[in-house]
Design a protein around this ligand. Sequence first.
Ligand code: G3I
Length: 301
Amino acid sequence: ASTLGAAAQQSGRYFGTAIASGKLGDSAYTTIANREFDMVTAENEMKIDATEPNRGQFNFTNGDRVFNWARQNGKRVRGHTLAWHSQQPGWMQSLSGSTLRQAMIDHINGVMAHYRGNIYAWDVVNEAFADGGGGGRRSSNLQSTGNDWIEVAFRTARTADPAAKLCYNDYNIDNWTAAKTQGVYNMVRDFKQRGVPIDCVGLQAHFNSGSPYNSNFRTTISSFAALGVDVQITELDIQGASAQTYAAVTNDCLAVPRCNGITVWGVRDQDSWRSGDTPLLFSGNNKKPAYDSVLAALNAA
Ligand code: G3I
């Protein structure tokens, strides 16, 4: 196959990208995005601050721009993200305790109702674990509502849209030996044992010199999969975009049957949140060597 999406489909997988609503008027951007990718994540437009700017007042204008572009072009959509310590609107930042807990539940219900039946997978909870060596939860206003906030989010989400796969999504959980990876692994294992509804783990896979790709990534993917969840690489970008590293990441996913899709976090280097890192698969209109290595890996699967 000659595009990333079609090549991934040969093994029943998808290949997606983050899309920014503000770029949908850029025909060079949409031409590449439409040709190459078969899954879409809104880069910012379905986050809490975008979708509920005032408590109880939902706004899906930009989320729908991304959603409708994807659907009009035959692509599926990953929802990102419902409960997160970051990009909270001011009103939510100022809440605590049971009021915040209820606001989280109401937010999940409001957003998932709008897209009910139309989202392939939701990142229900994003980045809830702490960096560093402790392996525990990140301190945040949501964590302060009680350690059960994550399972409450997942139970709420299952009821709100039973058709969506429900994912836990985080960064720096790629290295199998990292405490953070083990912390998330233990939570997912506990959820599966206790019947908390979780269907997938999103490994963001933002690689740079500070948190480089590690060859034990495949062990991480297969270990999560062995718990009985799908694994998705959800926000892939690699500082410098080494063709070899991009191929290694792709092959790690392809080696595990339950790793069922890869999403890169933007189309062209100029679209990346990591300005100056040239971490993506396109430079302007041009395919980079990393693009060729990913396509070849997908076609060899
Ligand atoms: O839209 C406003 C604009 O009106 C304003 O003038 C401008 C001035 O700062 O800000 C614009 O908003 C920015 C937004 O991106 C849209 O460009 C925010 O400041 C900026 O913080 C925001 O950054 C996003 C970041 O998440 C915020 O946490 C990045 O685009 C987005 O790529 C990034 O994505 C995250 C994932 O959601 C979770 N995992 C990590 C990943 C990378 O940080």
